[in-house]
Design a protein around this ligand. Structure first.
Ligand SMILES: [Zn+2]
Length: 494
């Protein structure tokens, strides 16, 4: 049996554990500030350093954000839940335990819809639990040669952990689900979900079984996956490794694998790093976590229109194709920007094209988000109207957009100051056309012999001469007419 058909005989089973840093000003159990990139050990206090006798107190803001996330993931939020100590030794965990939640988590039994992936239609992925916990510190291996330093700024930063059921059936589905979850949490504004800064981290459980089997085979856990593409690669690698083991008659060991993105392979974590017995017990320094009806009601009100709802509405309200609606609802700020442009101009489809294509292109060049370019929606709408009315060609419109970004001026100001109005004057256009014809005798000959697609070449040349100002319709007409005259002449002289 070839390795390809072997893999085809198996089904991959994946569950995800996702840690998300909540966007609060202070830590989970103390008043220290949360600030990524601060000098090491500058945001610490006796509580997050784990000094004897220091007492934790719950950050209510973190609880509110966790409840909001839980409701949006369709979870049952428990009015009473319990903090628990997860005991383990690690250099960046000075207390010797992490305050987490164990047998009585904040929320359980939710789901999130996974969009259609490949041949599988959209379906619900069960969210088994969502709990609140604190982050550990960070070991720094690159500060002092041969030594490891510890930065405890991150110790005590609030996290939620979201655990899915093993409902995902391919690395591509896992990636799509993570994307949907990230987008949802960003819409909720509970986290910036910045994967590079570690605000969103994912561990994956993976196993493979023969197609048709329903039992849950031995799984491995893959850690240290820090981007969407690495998640897909790591899971593909790990599933193939399982298949190879099963095909050779072996047994998959239950172990934790560390993904190495540089080498593109997963290695078992060294035994001593793996801890099976955390000796959980209820945190004696904290009372039962009580979520009031008021908090749940507040959270329910905070849930905004979510991306897939927005996408449907954009299709209905603005007549956008599904693709445009999806792109424009990717983030909440982008969606709000598009809507403001669409409201301010008469053509929502044109508004969609401008935002998705031209404005996005300028934003990409500058490494900015569309909403950070400094072009107000009303200003963009004005530009779109000027192009729509024929005052500017589309090409000129693009130039004007660039100038708007550079100068902060409006389209009308730029057109006035730079004399950019579209030129429709017959004599001027004929002048450009004559020059182009005179400069390209070979192309003219080919055109006259029937190579009509060269018309686009002449239009491009003449447009260049006009610095983008020529009215493209008039230019095309003038070129056709001039070529027609040449044709007649050559026919006459033949
Ligand atoms: Zn602190």
């Amino acid at each position: 049996m070839s390795s390809v058909s072997a893999r085809e005989g198996y089904e991959t089973v994946i569950g995800l554990e996702i840690h998300v840093q909540l966007e609060t000003r202070s830590k989970m159990f103390c008043g220290c500030r949360v600030q990524f990139g601060a000098p090491p050990n500058t945001h610490v206090c006796p509580v997050c350093l784990g000094l004897p006798g220091a007492l934790p107190a719950v950050n209510e803001e973190a609880v509110r954000l966790a409840v909001l996330a839980a409701l949006a993931l369709n979870c049952e939020v428990h009015r009473r839940s319990v903090f628990a100590r997860k005991n383990y030794f690690y250099p960046d965990l000075p207390k010797g335990y992490q305050i987490s939640q164990y047998d009585r988590p904040l929320a359980t039994d939710g789901w999130l819809e996974l969009p259609a992936v490949d041949s599988r239609p959209a379906c619900r992925i069960d969210v088994q639990r969502l709990h609140v916990e604190e982050d550990s510190g960070k070991s720094l291996h690159d500060r002092f040669p041969g030594q490891t330093a510890v930065d405890l700024n991150r110790a005590g930063v609030p996290l939620i952990e979201v655990v899915t059921a093993p409902d995902l059936r391919s690395p591509a589905e896992a990636r799509a689900f993570l994307g949907r979850l990230k987008q949802t949490l960003e819409y909720l504004e509970v986290s910036d979900c910045n994967m590079e800064e570690g605000s969103l981290r994912v561990d994956a459980n993976v196993s493979v079984r023969p197609h048709g089997s329903v039992e849950l085979p031995t799984k491995t856990e893959v850690k240290n996956v820090n981007s969407f593409s690495q998640l897909e690669k790591a899971l593909t690698y790990e599933a193939a490794r399982h298949v190879a083991i099963l095909e050779s008659g072996g047994r998959v060991q239950h172990e934790t694998m560390l993904w190495d993105p540089a080498r593109g392979e997963a290695r078992p974590m060294r035994g001593k790093e793996e801890v099976h017995d955390y000796r959980y017990f209820a945190e004696p320094d904290l009372p039962t976590l009580e979520v009031t009806e008021g908090t749940v009601a507040w959270a329910a009100e905070q849930i905004p229109e979510l991306p897939w709802e927005k996408m449907r509405r954009f299709q209905a309200d603005y007549g956008l194709p599904a693709y445009d609606a999806e792109v424009l609802s990717a983030t909440r700020p982008l969606a709000a920007y598009y809507e403001a442009v669409a409201h301010a101009c008469s053509d929502p489809k044109a508004a969609a094209n401008w935002v998705m294509v031209e404005v996005q292109a300028v934003a990409n060049e500058r490494g900015l988000a569309v909403t950070d370019l400094g072009v107000e929606p009303e200003q963009l709408a004005e530009l779109i109207e000027l192009v729509g009315a024929g005052t500017l060609s589309r090409l000129l419109g693009k130039q004007v957009l660039r100038r708007m970004v550079e100068t902060g001026k409006t389209a009308a100001q730029i057109i006035d100051e730079e004399g950019l109005r579209k030129v429709s004057d017959e004599r001027q256009i004929d002048g450009w056309v004559s020059e182009v014809i005179a400069e390209h005798p070979k192309e003219v000959e080919r055109y006259c012999k029937g190579e009509e697609k060269l018309l686009a070449f002449f239009i491009g040349q003449a447009m260049h001469k006009s610095q983008g100002k020529a009215d493209p319709d008039r230019l095309r007409e003038a070129l056709r007419a001039a070529m027609g005259r040449l044709d007649d002449e050559s026919a006459g002289s033949a």
